[in-house]
Ligand binder design. Structure first.
Ligand code: ADP
Ligand code: MG
Length: 628
């Protein structure tokens, strides 16, 4: 067959293969166009998972009638003026609409602010239909029917309606996070309606949009990020370490407002959290990078979700540094979900507590409690209450008052471990001053593992084993990174064969690696010799370690892998060396543990990412008792 020029339609269908992978990609392109047109409202409707119909309506600038035929022509764009290095819009390739039009039945109806009326153009499987007048408000409606009817091979690859609709929801949510001032709705017979009312572009407004998308509990369980390095700005929120997910799907990243899926950013997030999360848990993050468009390349793939940074090391360092700093500044903080779960567990069930009162929530509990034989005596409100719940000023005095308290069951209270520990705490500490600390004054140890402490306005329960494990781990790590790591010399150096570039990269980092106890040197072309390994690693697969390190240096120009491995060993050692549950602690020991936790960044979670303590606000406790 002789060489010939492909038809315009075939060129567009080939491009569609890359740009339009599935219905969600169409939605992404159309929403991007609406946002580039300055829309403040974007309405999306789908049916049949988007394969039957996708309709996107916006109130943006609109397309002037004479330009309608250009909008669906290949390589025609209103966005890229001169400089490919200065891309400030989401679109710039001028190929989405012609691509979509080559594989579906597409129509565009549009009206500009100045235009007389609206006009409409259609394109079906690449065949352009004439422009005709239409009726519409200002803005643009793009309708895509029968997606992939012209390319049955692609149609076969579509997953079920449910999977395609949910992929579309993900796309809309992802992009909506970057545009809090725009109102989005996503509706259709194939889904439940998603409505994201506009907020504003202040940091609070942005966080409110994030909460609309990710759930209302995220703001309470996240910390803000705001950092700047060499003209690159990073803002956003990351979850605190006790608020995690089983996968990384809830990690949103944006580069100059463009949603991206980027290995470098994902790796940096993993690195930043490596210390505080177990390997199989993932942080929830929303990060916005803003930088000069000239130092980031977005023209990497037709779908525009990949980026290349001119200085990847800078970006990685910025992300890792900013997140670690924020985690350290936030100090110990446990997920409120822990306390919420506890509240739920504590909330008196109407069935077991309600003695005949109306069974509606915990107010009836109080009523029932008062009615059930206490004969008007409220032990919690009485000035003669047996335990000084408010200030916990030692049990002896409370015990002395015990005579005046008539309930026989109450006697059990002052013989249990709670009583004795409270007494010890009361004697040995200037307890009042401790109330002002984050974790408060230790009052008791219960079930031989849980420290019950009291602050000015809350009750704190600490898992002593988890907490101590974390403290030992932090101490070990500190020791590990403050001086060279002890190494053992291998009897025979291990030779690792590698591609020459990898060998070269490793050699360039040999000094850093030596500090971590890995003695490595060049061994002719395409190989390195390993002479020493960190003693902590013990018998280790040197080949694998060296290859992993080479990969990492290639990707990110860092040697975090080795550091992470050493940290992991420190974690295991910490686990063996820490206070097991079951050990009785003296009041001073408990308080010392609490103070040490306060002073140690990251101690809000154990090495496995579980919370080390739970805080119950007094206000919530009062609510449980129906006192509020
Ligand atoms: P690109 O977005 O890369 O420019 P598209 O094929 O997606 O390429 O769109 C082509 C052109 O059509 C855009 O440059 C823009 O001028 C116009 N256009 C598309 N959608 C809209 C819209 N919703 N509102 C206003 N103009 C639009
Ligand atoms: Mg576009």
């Amino acid at each position: 067959m002789p060489i010939r020029q492909l038809s315009e339609t075939m060129i567009n269908q080939i491009a569609a293969g890359e740009v339009i992978e599935r219905p969600a990609s169409v939605v992404k392109e159309l929403v991007e166009n609406a946002l580039d047109a300055g829309a403040s409202r974007v309405e999306i409707v789908t049916s049949g998972g988007g394969l039957n119909l996708i309709r996107v309506t916006d109130d943006g600038s609109g397309i002037p009638e004479p330009e309608l035929s250009l909008a669906i022509a290949r390589h025609c764009t209103s966005k890229l003026a001169e400089d490919i290095n200065d891309i400030r819009s989401l679109g710039f390739r001028g190929e989405a609409l012609p691509s979509i039009g080559s594989v579906s039945r597409l129509s565009i109806r549009s009206r500009t602010a100045s235009g007389e009326g609206a006009a409409e153009i259609g394109i079906e499987g690449g065949r352009v239909l004439p422009v005709r007048p239409a009726a519409a408000n200002r803005g643009t409606t793009v309708e895509v029917r029968d997606l992939f009817f012209a390319t049955p091979a692609r149609l076969k690859f579509m997953k079920g309606e449910r999977a395609e609709s949910s992929a579309t929801s993900d796309v809309v949510k992802r992009i909506a996070i970057a545009f809090p001032t725009v109102r989005f709705t996503l509706a259709g017979s194939d889904r439940s309606t998603l409505e994201l009312p506009a907020t504003d572009d202040s940091p609070e407004g942005s966080l409110r949009r994030v909460a609309q998308v990710m759930g209302a509990e995220f703001p309470d369980n996240s910390i803000p990020i705001d950092a700047m390095r060499e003209g690159v700005q990073l803002t956003g929120h990351v979850s605190i370490p006790s608020f995690t997910r089983a996968n990384a799907l809830q990690q949103y990243a944006y580069v100059n407002g463009r949603p991206v899926r980027d290995k470098l950013i994902a790796g940096a997030i993993r690195g930043a959290f490596a210390d505080v999360l177990p390997r199989d848990r993932h942080a929830v993050t929303v990060l916005f990078l803003s930088l000069d468009p000239a130092i980031v390349d977005v023209n990497v793939h037709p779908a525009k979700a990949d980026v290349r940074f001119r200085d990847p090391g800078l970006v990685r360092g910025l992300i890792v540094g900013a997140i670690r700093q924020a985690l350290a500044d936030a100090g110990i903080r446990s997920a409120t979900t822990g306390a919420a779960g506890m509240m739920a567990a504590f909330r008196p069930g109407a069935a077991s507590y309600d003695h005949g009162g109306p069974a509606n929530g915990h107010r009836s509990y109080e009523a029932a409690y008062r009615a059930s034989g206490s004969a008007g005596f409220d032990p919690l409100r009485s000035p003669q209450r047996p335990l000084d719940m408010q200030f916990g000023s030692g049990f002896e005095r409370a015990g002395a008052r015990h005579g005046g308290f008539g309930e026989p069951g109450q006697a059990a209270f002052d013989t249990g471990p709670l009583a004795s520990a409270d007494a010890r705490a009361g004697q040995s500490e200037a307890a009042e001053t401790l109330l002002g600390t984050v974790l408060g004054a230790a009052r008791a140890q219960v079930h031989e593992n849980y420290i019950v402490a009291q602050t000015k306005d809350s009750l704190v329960i600490v898992d002593q084993h988890a907490a101590h494990e974390r403290l030992v781990y932090e101490a070990l790590k500190n020791a590990l990174h403050s001086r060279p790591v002890p190494s053992q010399i291998l009897l025979l150096p291990e030779i690792v064969d590698l591609p020459e570039e990898d060998a070269e990269r490793l050699a360039m980092h040999s000094e850093t690696l030596a500090r971590f106890g890995l003695g490595i040197e060049r061994f002719g072309p395409g190989a390195v010799a390993v002479r020493e390994t960190p003693s902590m690693l013990g018998e280790t697969n040197v080949q694998q370690l060296v290859r992993d390190l080479a990969d990492e240096i290639a990707d990110n120009d860092t040697v975090e892998t080795l550091k992470e491995r050493l940290d992991k060993i420190a974690a295991t050692m910490a686990c063996h060396g820490s206070v097991r549950s079951g050990r009785l602690l003296k009041a001073e020991e408990m308080n010392a543990l609490l103070r040490q936790m306060e002073a140690t960044p990251g101690s809000g979670t154990c090495n496995h990412g579980r919370p080390t303590y739970i805080e119950l606000k007094l206000a919530d406790i009062e609510r449980l008792f129906g006192r509020r």
